[in-house]
Design a protein around this ligand. Sequence first.
Ligand code: M6R
Length: 614
Amino acid sequence: MCGIVAYIGKKEAYPILIKGLQRLEYRGYDSAGVALLSNGNLNLYKKQGKVANLEAFTVGKDVSGYAGIAHTRWATHGEPNDKNAHPHYSESEEIAIIHNGIIENYDVLKEELKSRGFVFKSDTDTEVLVHLIEDIQKKEGVKLAEAVRLALLNVTGAYAIVVLSKNAPNTLVAARKSSPLVVGIGKEGDFYLASDATPIIEYTNRVVYLEDEEIAVVDLNEGFRLWNIQDEEKTPYIQELEMKLEALEKGGYEHFMLKEIHEQPRSIYDCFRGRLNAKEGWVELGGIKEFEQKIVNAQRIVMVACGTSWHACLVGEYLFEDLARINVEVEYASEFRYRNPVINEGDIVIAVSQSGETADTLAALELAKSKGATILGVCNVVGSSISRITHAGSYTHAGPEIGVASTKAFTAQVTVLTLMALAIAHKKGTITETKFHSMLTELEAIPAKVSEVLLANDKIKEIALQYKDATNALYLGRGSSFPVALEGALKLKEISYIHAEGYPAAEMKHGPIALIDEEMPVFVVATAGTSYEKVVSNIQEVKARKGKIIAIVTEGDQQVKNMADAVIEIPATDEHLVPLLATVPFQLLSYHIAVMRGCNVDQPRNLAKSVTVE
Ligand code: M6R
């Protein structure tokens, strides 16, 4: 949460910072602000609301300068208003700071500073840090970087910060702990800093990801230097990123979410490209190869994740248990980390995360690692924190996902978990050769089948029009379509603000059936497979109570078609792979309903893409 971006060099900083904030707006959009060094002045502008509000606010103001820091906020401490927006000034207004994270001991520090006469202008935890830096610099007579280091020694919590001072006009000082920060090494001796590489990539692909407790100083005369807070100098590891700028643009679509839904044939293909070959009959995930035997021998796999990624894990549970016969437990990372979970020797803990930065998932992994588990990651963002702390892992290769609602990340996660389950099942001998080969062939056919599903867009739009004013909705599925139901419900509620619940179809009669009346749309996955007849019975139970049934069925289905109010057909596939197809109509349905209700689909209220606080 919160996006930070900074620039120092020979170009005008303001346009770079504004564009950077727009790219990072998915991380939070409660308020935005910028501080710029111009002719010896440190000008600071901030405004509640989106980056567009900030832009409007700065019209006619002095936004010149070659060094600046900027921030888009997802509020934690202090409500989203102008005064709590970042950057924050120090007491003398000579230093400004932007921060992503939470200073946990801010209360104690604030009281101490207040008792010494410091006046606070905001309710944030961040302001404490900038006062502390200035106080130390004045008292100790040290350079800005050293003052930042000494201040951070007093802080507990999470931070990614960038500090700009009137008295050090050629320098930016940055540091991170548990919140991500990337430094881009520009082509003209200039530097870009940001929460992730998206604001940087159009200027340079040479980047350094800061590690926990590292402090970076970028200086127009002295270049880039790196320390840790123990004052040990480090050698920066410069990586070359392959990310393409087009991946960050809407590419003609009205919203990122719609673009990302339509990218799925490609993103699923990219996910298995080079990792499976149906003709030759192999599947291999290079990233976890070294740990394959450990997984084969494992008595138990624990999967930890949040939100949509947790739903992907539930699909993974079906795959691993059925194909590889390994006991799987799927845990909400936030619950797992605060229990005293039993981790046995030989347990494998797999974290699934699009961003690779989700604070709870990261903390759950650290806990599992400390208890001796082998920890693996399934992440989308290359170089993210989770991908760096795990023993091994597999990237999903879905490409940047900008819409806050996860779409292509989910199908890519399910694809990677399918590949993993197949690889382990094959090695373990728990899958027949015939089944193995037919599943590989089916998996290779999935991108083309997703393209077919996308052709139902107009029909889905009609259904959306009919149910856009619903106040509640139920989503039902059985087996691995139960997580599809959960994911369908989450998509609807998070972007259209309609209350929706996902249930295993058979559970309905243990409570939720009481909700059914002629107003209630019930979205059901009723595709061909083991539980088809059971789901048909559940549909009848809903119809008997006058509920509206909108069903996802396998092409050619007649039985459900005769009972349902509407059906969306998907191509036939192996039962294990149905989630990869059945999820897509639910994504489109939520998208259209949200657009029809006038909601901001890419930036739904109160949400942020990357949840880097607990
Ligand atoms: O980056 P992660 O996959 O770890 O994020 C976890 C959840 O915050 C995320 O899946 C969230 O539920 C989705 N954006 C919802 O669409």
